[in-house]
Design a protein around this ligand. Structure first.
Ligand code: UFG
Length: 339
């Protein structure tokens, strides 16, 4: 590991007080990068930003703040996590998603170009694929989002591609699959109000915070009828950002769009069975109707990221992911930080 003084510039992490962003901050600091976090704290937490990172409270759409922060801290690259991320909410309030994800990103990218930032890592999503015809799904599959969330992210991918062709900036768009778990050292985890993600809900049920877990449909064309997803540990995902950043610096004329997943799927029932074992309880399941817009199976073809980056999964273990999520949930409740 190199010391911060050997790094050529600092990294701006937008949304660094949020779930995935805060893990990326830890990974960058662990790798010796100086870090500045830009976050509105609308959904993030000031306590989630480590003391070793500088903190600026503000909006990525505020080009003055971004320009001043880049100049003041000698920012050379941006990791952009800030945005809205609830698929269901995006259907009811699409303008929020085109504002927070697309328009705000456009402003941030404009400020980055104006300030001479050369590298940009973007938090994209498997939701850009919509209902894939083939799984595992590769990056060259058609991108046909089925909700405004996925479309708002896909539009930003297109903005980045056009900007990278016209200006001296390269980018990595990382398409995340199902992110779960928490920092194995207990430094951060999923802390937002109103859990909607399966593993988060399962650990809330295991700690008594909710009575049961609803299974959203068991008549899908999958081995046990429930939805299949590619669950990736948030710390592996964070490491992928550091590797993508270092690849962008080493390959200034190239950009990258890559899936980040393990390439293996688990059904809802399999996840709940693992959660039972890890928590040593039987989580109550209730069969509920399908949730609108859920594909049956979403699994990454991760050939490209494995071929391009040195990144290798270190925590590809569903029980470990659930155990880390559970430890974080318990710590939140003990520290009174629970929502
Ligand atoms: N599920 C349940 N019960 C729950 C919650 C989820 O049965 O209480 C099921 C879902 O139907 C799905 C699976 O568990 O089959 C995973 O659902 P999540 O809500 O945890 O995650 P999604 O797959 O819906 O969402 C993820 C990302 C999104 C991204 C999307 C792409 O979190 O950001 O994949 O489809 F947009």
């Amino acid at each position: 590991m190199s010391s911060p003084t050997t790094k050529p510039f600092a990294i701006l992490v937008t949304g660094g007080a949020g779930y995935i962003g805060s893990h990326a901050v830890l990974a960058l600091l662990d790798a010796g990068w100086p870090v500045v976090v830009l976050d509105t704290l609308a959904t993030g937490f000031r306590w989630a930003v480590p003391d070793a990172a500088a903190f600026v409270q503000g909006d990525v759409a505020d080009m003055e703040i971004v320009g001043a922060t880049v100049a003041r801290h000698k920012i050379g690259a941006i990791l952009h996590f800030a945005g809205s991320l609830l698929v269901g909410e995006s259907v009811g309030d699409p303008l929020k998603y085109y504002r927070n994800n697309t328009a705000a990103s456009r402003s941030l990218i404009e400020a980055a170009v104006a300030a001479g930032v050369r590298h940009f890592v973007f938090s994209s999503t498997a939701a850009t694929y919509g209902m894939p015809e083939r799984v595992p799904v590769a990056e060259d599959a058609p991108t046909r989002p089925i909700n405004p969330y996925g479309m708002s992210k896909l539009m930003t991918e297109h903005i980045l591609a056009d900007v990278a062709a016209a200006h001296p900036l390269n980018y990595a768009a990382l398409r995340y699959f199902n992110v779960a778990g928490a920092d194995p050292q207990g430094r951060s985890g999923q802390s937002v109000k109103g859990a909607t993600h399966l593993i988060h809900i399962a650990v809330e049920a295991a700690t008594g915070k909710r009575g049961h877990v609803g299974i959203y449909g068991d008549d899908y064309a999958t081995p046990d009828g429930t939805g299949v997803r590619d669950y990736i540990h948030v710390s592996d995902l964070a490491d992928a950002h550091v590797d993508a950043l270092e690849w962008l610096i080493a390959n200034p004329r190239e950009s990258l769009t890559a899936n980040v997943g393990y390439g293996r799927g688990y059904s809802v029932r399999e996840v709940l069975d693992v959660a039972d074992r890890v928590t040593n309880r039987v989580i109550e399941r209730r069969l509920e109707p399908r949730r609108a817009g859920d594909p049956a199976i979403l699994v990454a073809d991760n050939t490209k990221i494995l071929a391009t980056l040195p990144w290798r999964p270190k925590r590809d273990d569903l029980a470990g992911i659930v155990a880390d999520a559970l430890a974080w949930e318990r710590a939140l409740q003990e520290r009174g930080l629970s929502r």
